[in-house]
Design a protein around this ligand. Structure first.
Ligand code: SF4
Ligand code: SF4
Length: 295
């Protein structure tokens, strides 16, 4: 529960980070209209401003990597500034664990976790998985290709990811409809179907995630094979299989969000986070345990 608690705090702080600048500016303007005569800073003049699609941290531009690829496909050279901002974001996430964005930052995942908890409480049973998790990589390719065809960033016009913060900053709630559809699908069709199998940004981060240096590590001697980590996994239970079977010592799949739900739930404390890409397979461990059969 400890990691999940910290993650919940971070998720809420991220929402506040994106929503606060425009709200603060709104309060300032309200004070001006009410009779104040001081200078009012616009949100863009603050240290941090923007949405999850595009923002700035001081002089550093930050850009959603999928949005940048869509812009590139749609507008060619006009997207160069966006690509620079996207490169910074992609590099940081890829080095840590790309889908940590999904687990720790994205508000859709926060809503999805809430829907998951509500569905369980209401006793609504849905399948764990109706689509393959790799479908979202195809979704990423499809939205970039579609952007090239129609000449504008297709997913950005319906993306639920920045719906709340973009609504507060720019006054439009284009992704709200997608968000409602996701809630209905996750309540009645399949558990966490958007984040696991459909989100194109999740698909791009799934590919980058293979380079992640923050990994779930398993102590095979401690594991009692209760399966609780698989039940808890926010990404997809199958990504734990190589580690649980003894074939690997870390969860290597790019889909892992480093959410820590499995670490928190393990009754045997067999799981922990480790840094660096440890050797690919637990082959040496099996050789030590069973030298005859391995030779
Ligand atoms: S929850 Fe822990 S003990 Fe249970 S299967 Fe997973 S790693 Fe093994
Ligand atoms: S393997 Fe563990 S840390 Fe990774 S997504 Fe699943 S529950 Fe989260």
């Amino acid at each position: 529960m400890k990691i999940t608690l910290v993650r919940r705090v971070v998720q809420v702080l991220m929402l506040v980070l994106f929503c606060l600048p425009p709200l603060l500016a709104g309060w300032g303007l309200a004070g001006l209209y009410a009779g104040g005569d001081g200078e009012v800073a616009t949100p863009a003049e603050g240290v941090f401003f923007g949405s999850l699609s595009a923002s700035s941290l001081g002089p550093v531009p930050l850009f959603d990597p999928l949005a940048a690829l869509e812009l590139l496909a749609a507008n060619g050279g006009a997207a160069m500034a966006a690509l620079a901002g996207a490169g910074t974001v992609a590099l940081v996430y890829a080095l840590v664990r790309a889908r940590a964005f999904c687990g720790w930052v994205c508000p859709v995942n926060l809503i999805g976790e809430g829907v998951d908890a509500a569905r369980r409480r209401l006793g609504i049973a849905v399948p764990e998985r109706v689509l393959d998790r790799r479908m979202k990589i195809g979704a990423a390719v499809a939205v970039v290709a579609a952007s090239a065809l129609v000449g504008f960033p297709v997913f950005e016009t319906v993306s639920p990811i920045g719906a709340v913060s973009k609504g507060l900053v720019f006054g439009g709630f284009a992704g709200a409809g997608t968000l409602v559809a996701i809630v209905i699908a996750e309540l009645f069709v399949s558990r966490r179907v958007w984040c696991r199998t459909l989100c194109p940004l999740g698909g791009l981060f799934q590919v980058l995630g293979r380079a992640g240096q923050v990994n779930v590590h398993i102590n095979h001697d401690a594991c009692v094979h209760c399966g609780r980590c698989e039940e808890a996994c926010l990404a997809d239970p199958v990504i734990l299989a190589p580690a649980l079977s003894g074939d690997d010592i870390i969860v290597r799949a790019g889909d892992c969000m480093a959410c820590g739900a499995c670490v928190d739930t393990c009754p045997a404390r067999a799981l922990s986070f480790s840094l660096g890409r440890l050797p690919a397979r637990a082959q040496t461990r099996r050789e030590e345990r069973d030298p005859v059969s391995e030779s």
